[in-house]
Design a protein around this ligand. Structure first.
Ligand SMILES: [Zn+2]
Ligand SMILES: [Zn+2]
Length: 397
């Protein structure tokens, strides 16, 4: 073990900044192979530890717990290393290639998963599967191994597909939500059809924007739209009230003084400008708290447009008022041109239809909107005017 320490100490003195381009591009492959050779050694040592279990003398009950502590690893990583180390003992060809630095850990891990699923079949196919894994990229090797596994398992019944379906949603950086979705073909078709039907146009001009939006962004918008419509009109109720998004915000934040409380139920804290936008229309319930955290204004009862006012604004504006945008009323919020927190009235004259995208561009993107009664001046963040316009002329019925 002293030799490993000796080699590693020598390596840590190497300075990437002084390497030539060819040293970097040739050397990086060699370093990567060295890492794999060390990884293979690490797993062989893990397998030995797992058999001999010297850590039990210290009251540590599992190999993965020992690795997590001794190597400062996440528990999930440690468990995976132990699983792969154990499996490698019954995959002699894989172990040999791995030790020689010819198979990477990424591929070894996939091969181990395939062997876990079908140990006997793997034993008889090991040589072929090693050749396949070595000749393909990581991505293609994964596909080939998935195909091999599925072929052994045979087709799934519909009930098994339903059984396997899931939607995992989790919160990430800055409260954004990420998801992993697996649906049976029928449910999947329903979701895909609904999202396609709700997708806003991809043509940049049709949505009044200077840049075309990617299909993936438009799908995100469509999914949000569907869910908002469901919360507004759907048949689901909780506690006698339709479920809805709630924002908790303090008065100082809304008034653009220094505030701190600004949260959504599930997504956690949000920027102050976003809270101002959410408080602008009634689609999101809000709880506004004073300095002592006592609620000042709860729910949709005040300072939000009534159904009749909303209808009047819709009749006047017809669609989103942002220049060039014709997204229809169901896509739109009724925006307070002068925010009610700044003394703006909740009146038809102070309302304007803005699609969610443009409502965001105004509150969070610096685009200005001023005026009243549908006569509006829209400006870019630098203050230059995009358009001055009145309400669209009435079409003859
Ligand atoms: Zn607004
Ligand atoms: Zn718009």
């Amino acid at each position: 073990m002293r030799s490993i320490k000796h080699v590693v100490d020598g390596l840590s003195g190497l300075d990437a900044a002084v390497m030539t381009d060819s040293e970097l591009s040739e050397g990086i492959g060699e370093v990567s192979r060295a890492i794999e050779v060390l990884e293979a050694l690490f797993l062989r040592m893990t397998a030995r530890l797992d058999r001999r279990r010297p850590f039990e003398a210290d009251g540590i009950l599992s190999t993965s717990r020992f690795l997590a502590t001794a190597c400062d690893m996440a528990s999930s990583t440690a468990r995976e290393k132990v699983r792969v180390a154990r499996r490698l003992e019954s995959m002699p060809l894989v172990a040999e290639r791995f030790a020689a630095g010819e198979l990477t850990y990424s591929k070894v891990r996939m091969l181990a998963a395939a062997a876990d699923a079908h140990p006997e079949a793997f034993e008889s196919h090991e040589a072929t599967l090693v050749d396949v894994a070595m000749s393909l990229t990581v991505r293609d090797a994964r596909r080939a191994l998935d195909y091999w596994t599925q072929n052994l398992e045979g087709p799934l019944s519909f009930a098994e597909m339903v059984e396997r379906s899931h939607v995992h949603l989790s919160r990430t950086w800055q409260g954004m939500i990420t998801g992993d979705i697996l649906l049976d073909p029928e449910a999947g078709e329903t979701v895909v059809k609904a999202i396609e039907a709700a997708m806003p146009p991809g043509d940049a001009r049709a949505s009044g924007e200077d840049w075309p939006r990617k299909a993936s962004q438009r799908r995100a918008e469509a999914l949000t739209h569907i869910c908002r419509r469901y919360l507004e009109n759907g048949d689901s109720t909780t506690g006698g009230e339709r479920p809805h998004v709630t924002v908790l915000v303090d008065l100082e934040t809304l008034e653009r003084r220094t505030g701190h409380t600004c949260e959504l139920d599930r997504s956690g804290s949000i920027p102050a400008e976003t809270a101002r936008r959410l408080a602008c229309d009634a689609r999101v319930s809000r709880v506004i708290v004073g300095p002592d955290s006592q609620p000042l204004d709860v729910g949709r009862t005040t300072r939000t447009f009534t159904t009749a006012q909303r209808r009047a604004v819709t009749v006047r504006d017809r669609h989103c008022v942002f220049p060039g945008c014709d997204r229809p009323p169901p896509w739109c919020d009724v925006h307070h041109v002068i925010h009610w927190i700044d003394g703006g009235e909740t009146a038809v004259s102070n309302g304007a239809l803005l699609c969610r995208r443009h409502h965001v561009l105004h509150h969070e993107g610096g685009f200005g909107i001023e005026g009243s009664d549908g006569h509006l001046v829209v400006t870019r963040p630098d203050g230059s005017v995009i358009a001055k316009h009145g309400p669209p002329t009435r079409r003859r019925l």
